[in-house]
Design a protein around this ligand. Structure first.
Ligand SMILES: [Zn+2]
Length: 83
């Protein structure tokens, strides 16, 4: 009987560790993207907030600023927003 209890606790601890780890990874990825954005490697899609490569093909020129988007859908939304 005790074995089952220990096994249950072990599973619970393992589960907690795994879910915490996953949360951390998401945070790390976000920080990583923000760092790249600061370095000018990535730019933020102004519509949905996704970080996209500066070399993205989906872009518009707005004055002397170039805006990059994750999808044509976002680009079209942005165009509608600034009109
Ligand atoms: Zn987008």
């Amino acid at each position: 009987m005790l074995k089952f209890v220990i096994f249950g606790i072990a599973c619970f601890v393992l589960y907690k560790l795994l879910t915490n780890d996953r949360k951390k990874k998401v945070e790390v990825k976000q920080n990583h993207d923000e760092k790249l954005a600061k370095e000018g490697v990535l730019v933020k899609d102004p519509v949905c907030g996704t970080f996209v490569s500066k070399d993205s093909d989906i872009r518009i020129k707005e004055g002397d600023q170039v805006r990059c988007f994750c999808s044509y859908e976002c680009r079209d939304k942005y165009l509608k927003m600034i009109q």
